[in-house]
Design a binder for this molecule. Structure first.
Ligand code: KG4
Ligand code: ZN
Length: 350
């Protein structure tokens, strides 16, 4: 009998169907991710109904492949962990039903995991444990928030977006610039050839020492920059507005300037939060943590703050089940077992 704790994790909160088996909260034995990007691309964003249906089609084979490639028998598992909040309700329910079925059939404990906590744990996946207290920035397509972390499962919300999430802003700006979906990776790539100082886009910091974020004004500023302010008259000698009148380098400049504005805001808020937390670790997670400029900014900031930087490996930035199984280990150790009546929730309950 092995003394290792093997956890099977399931993630289906948005548009990735994923199953992983992780040993002792860190060592990834398998992590299978079925992406739905090609299904949603033509709509410029995730269509919930399409996402739910695609999860149903993928989930059985994703689970079977994860078990097979981990070379672990189901009877060696200690628990089934599943993301049950926050996310698209129809998507969450598919993973949750699969997890409940596995747990019931095999007599395993069911562990409901907060998807955001899992992003905050992602830097520890296939790596060393995070040192606490940590200051976490979770930036994805659905969330942008700062947390004070005392442990992998004790996170206190310090601030969050009052409108668009950072990833959502990347996706919408990419759409304005005619760059396709998802916008983050393509803006990231294009921004490398652009001038981040070309356009002085607004940095919305909100009132006082607020730790909340707002990205919708920035998105609108990009829209007006490209298409002109509605109702405004063109000045003499002013260049014709519209995407069709922009050169490739002009679009790259806008992408770089937009990205610089997002990264600047994140930096200012992280600095403010660090004054309160005095973190030993700066923890970054979520799809946007793959961003090159963000990764450079937090590298410099951790240096400035004199704390350790914990960035997830690129493959653990996007939604994945390895982080669910990883953080699920800590839920299990703390005795946080869920009943088979566990519900999916669109928003965070704790
Ligand atoms: O965490 P994630 O896979 O799914 C959610 O839970 O939302 O994040 C997806 C988001 C998308 O908005 C995508 O455009 C953004 O992360 N993203 C990026 C990059 N790669 C993905 N944003 C900026 N730069 C990137 N390199
Ligand atoms: Zn996510």
């Amino acid at each position: 009998m092995s003394d290792r704790t093997y956890i099977l994790g399931i993630e289906s909160s948005c548009d990735e169907t994923s199953c992983a088996i992780v040993a002792d909260g860190g060592e990834v034995l398998s992590n299978v991710v079925a992406s739905q990007i090609s299904l949603h691309a033509k709509y410029g964003g995730v269509v919930p109904e399409i996402a739910s249906r695609a999860h149903i089609e993928a989930i059985n084979s994703v689970i079977a492949t994860a078990i097979k490639s981990a070379s672990v028998d189901i009877d060696q598992l200690s628990a089934v962990a599943v993301a049950n909040e926050p996310g698209l309700i129809g998507s969450l329910l598919i993973g949750l039903m699969a997890a409940k079925t596995l747990a019931w059939v095999h007599g395993l404990p069911l562990v409901g995991v907060n998807h955001i906590y899992a992003h905050g744990y992602s830097p520890a996946v296939d790596s060393t444990p995070i040192e606490y207290p940590g200051l976490a920035l979770i930036a994805s397509g659905g969330h942008t928030a700062l947390y004070r972390c005392e442990s992998p499962i004790e996170l206190e919300l310090m601030g969050s977006t009052i409108d668009d999430a950072a990833g959502e802003a990347f996706d919408k700006v990419a759409s304005i610039l005619g760059l396709g979906y998802p916008g983050g990776p393509v803006i990231d790539k294009l921004a490398r050839t652009g001038n981040p100082k070309a356009v002085d886009f607004p940095r919305s910091l909100l009132k006082g020492q607020s730790l909340d974020f707002s990205f919708s004004g920035l998105k609108t500023a990009v829209l007006y920059h490209v298409n002109g302010v509605p109702g405004a008259r063109r000045k003499p000698n002013q260049q014709e507005v519209g995407l069709e009148n922009l050169s490739e380098s002009g679009i790259a400049d806008i992408a770089a300037s937009f990205q610089a504005a997002v990264v600047d805001v994140l930096k200012i808020k992280l600095r403010r939060a660090a004054k309160i937390v005095a973190p030993r670790s700066l923890v970054i997670g979520g799809g946007v943590s793959a961003n090159t400029a963000l990764r450079q900014m937090v590298t410099d900031l951790a240096d400035e703050l004199g704390c350790t930087l914990r960035l997830p490996a690129l493959k653990y930035c996007q939604d994945n089940a390895a982080m669910i199984a990883g953080v699920g280990y800590h839920y299990l150790k703390a005795g946080l077992i869920s009943g088979l009546d566990l519900d999916a929730r669109a928003t965070v309950s704790r």
